[in-house]
Design a protein around this ligand. Sequence first.
Ligand SMILES: Nc1nc2c(ncn2[C@@H]2O[C@H](COP(=O)(O)OP(=O)(O)OP(=O)(O)O)[C@@H](O)[C@H]2O)c(=O)[nH]1
Ligand SMILES: [Mg+2]
Length: 285
Amino acid sequence: MSEDWEDFTSGFVAVLGRPNVGKSALVNALVGTKVTIVSDKPNTTRTQVRGIITQDACQVVLVDTPGIHRPRTPLGARLNETANEAASDVDLVLVVVDASAPTGPGDRRVLESAPPECFVVVNKIDLVPPGELLKRLQELSAWNKAAYFPVSARTGKGVEELRREIMAKMPSGPPYYPAAMHGDTTETEWIAELVREELLAIVRDELPHSIATAVTEVEGRYVRCEIFVERDSQKAIVLGRHGENLKRVGTIVRNSLPKGYYLDLVVKVAKDWQSQARYLDQFGI
Ligand SMILES: Nc1nc2c(ncn2[C@@H]2O[C@H](COP(=O)(O)OP(=O)(O)OP(=O)(O)O)[C@@H](O)[C@H]2O)c(=O)[nH]1
Ligand SMILES: [Mg+2]
């Protein structure tokens, strides 16, 4: 390429925080389109997922990460590793905290390990009265980070300002992705993620952690997505009465595919996969 990128800026931004604070929702809001899945169950994000903003001679590559938590399984340990790895070698770190919850030990660990130049994003401000938000901001200022941004990924409040400040921090550099690209997830990975997102919206308790999905076959317009659970008893819950859960998930995800696609959902048992490295590798976690 002989293009002159002298006036262009670009960089990588890691989005860190404990589970469920709204990192993925924030990445989607900053990008302006859905590039990473969201759910009310903790540890929804399992890999580094990139969201790309290209605007005003600047490209920002946001790296969504798994929520950092106290791991109870090899899966949990791997999620933490993935998140911590994302924090190294980036131009900026965003630490996301939940405005509607007090700063807990989980937040503290992330805040303490984050560089002083990081931005602290106080998300979910739609859930708290202004007086309480002020208290939260005062509390968080004890960490002396570079800047604090109250936002709501849900309503979009504060997101534009945060986007501008992130862009202003990017050093000179070329774009890494074509301007029309908003994410780095492949089409098959995305289908598997959408299936998992819909399942997470249905299931409860410990089951979210036990679900993994993978597209295992694409043949013309036929797509086979396998849903893995850890035990036989979980299979029935995922299927639902007369298979109605699976039907519902299939219909929703099929609607997001180009017309004429056939999505085949199959539930399988991968015994105790959360604890087995070979399964974690197989699922790309
Ligand atoms: N009210 C409100 N809810 C939000 C906001 N941002 C995210 N949420 C909700 O919070 C829950 C968690 O959002 P996610 O974006 O999946 O959280 P996360 O930090 O990526 O979680 P993990 O991937 O599990 O680490 C979901 O139910 C979101 O809809 C917000 O600004 N306001
Ligand atoms: Mg997430």
